[in-house]
Ligand binder design. Structure first.
Ligand code: TRP
Ligand code: SF4
Length: 334
């Protein structure tokens, strides 16, 4: 029986920088949530290619392929261009126009005290980040958001300061020129950091990732060779799941009752590590096998990715243009 479509609750905007193939941490951290949101909200999700330049302005050779790889991953996981608007930031030039205008009224002091700015300046050592664009990153992000006048922005804990800054910039705009933008509210999503194959946070720079586009063989090879609790040298040695990166991954892919069994089995040496890893692989494959099937479909339709981006651009541009008319009017420009 057909269910009536649930009513749209609000408008959502979010983006991710294109960094190439998505890994399971990216999925758990954002895309999984987006796939749920697209059912109930009017969602705008974009590939933040201009943002990628804020830390990678020197070498742009892989930028284009990173964009298409990411879009293919999004679609294969279940983001559906029929249910949400998927587009590329640089295709909608209004992001740049609004960024410029907001930059005129954003105090530099607000940007200098942005915690992400301070952290990354210290953490990223191999690149010179003393750039205007890097400092202005949150202004561009504010433009990205308010251009679509969303009710909510899904954010992880680490992005809360950025959204707070966006809200401050909106308030300043309103006090200077009148109300054009509603203040976007954070939609806090609990996204536990997904551990990688070595137990540290899953991240490309650590080389500890399972990619959404990995083959089943590649996934198994990665899981099979993972380190486990050192106490389990032999099959009969009991272990402690708390000291095992395999066990931490079960937390995101295995049903709770099974996790409990593994916990007991590990401590009593009634389950072996290979069996434990096989159960993990099943959980990962429950996500990745259907994604592979969709990817094959996508690959069999050349031109699909550009069609999706073009349709998304048209929808996003319509909204963006509507907002910019109000902005220009409020600021008495042209
Ligand atoms: N800052 C986000 C990231 O690092 C990307 C991003 C750019 C974004 N603009 C945004 C996220 C607007 C949410 C809303 O991935
Ligand atoms: Fe880790 Fe599982 Fe082996 Fe225990 S049984 S050490 S949880 S892989």
């Amino acid at each position: 029986m057909e269910h009536p479509a649930p009513p749209i609750i609000g408008r959502i905007v979010s983006g991710i920088q294109p960094s190439g193939r998505l890994h399971l941490g990216n999925y758990m951290g954002a895309v999984k949530n987006w796939i749920e949101l697209q059912e109930r909200h009017d969602c705008f999700f974009f590939i933040a290619d201009w943002h990628a330049l804020s830390t990678n302005y020197e070498d742009t050779r892989r930028l284009r392929s990173h964009v298409t790889e990411m879009l293919a991953d999004w679609l294969s996981l279940g983001l559906d261009p029929e249910r949400c608007t998927l587009f590329q930031q640089s295709h909608v030039r209004e992001h740049a126009e609004l960024y410029l205008l907001l930059g005129m009224m954003t105090p530099v002091a607000w940007l200098l005290r942005n915690p992400t700015y301070k952290d990354q300046m210290v953490q990223i050592e191999n690149r010179d980040l003393a750039m205007y664009g890097f400092l202005g990153y949150p202004v561009l992000q504010t433009a990205d958001i308010v251009l679509y006048r969303p009710t909510h922005v899904p954010v992880g804990q680490d992005q809360v300061p950025h959204l707070e800054l966006a809200r401050e910039i909106v308030r300043r705009f309103t006090s200077l020129y009148g109300e054009v933008f509603p203040e976007p509210l954070p939609l806090l999503t609990e996204t536990p950091k997904l551990p990688g194959l070595d137990g540290r946070k899953m991240s490309k720079s650590y080389g500890n990732c399972v990619f959404v586009s990995d083959t089943a063989e590649a996934v198994w090879e990665k899981l099979r060779t993972m380190k486990t609790d050192e106490r389990r040298k032999r099959r009969n040695d009991p272990g402690n799941p708390e000291d095992c990166p395999v066990f931490s991954l079960h937390g995101s892919f295995t049903p709770l009752p099974v996790i409990r069994e593994i916990d007991r089995g590990c401590r009593s040496a009634t389950i072996g590590c290979i069996d434990c890893k096989k159960i993990l692989a099943e959980g990962v494959e429950a996500l990745l096998a259907p994604a592979r099937a969709r990817r094959r479909e996508i690959e069999s339709r050349p031109g699909l990715l550009s069609e999706v981006l073009e349709a998304g651009r048209a929808k996003a541009a319509r909204e963006a243009e509507r907002t910019m008319e109000k902005v220009r009017e409020a600021m008495k420009i042209s």
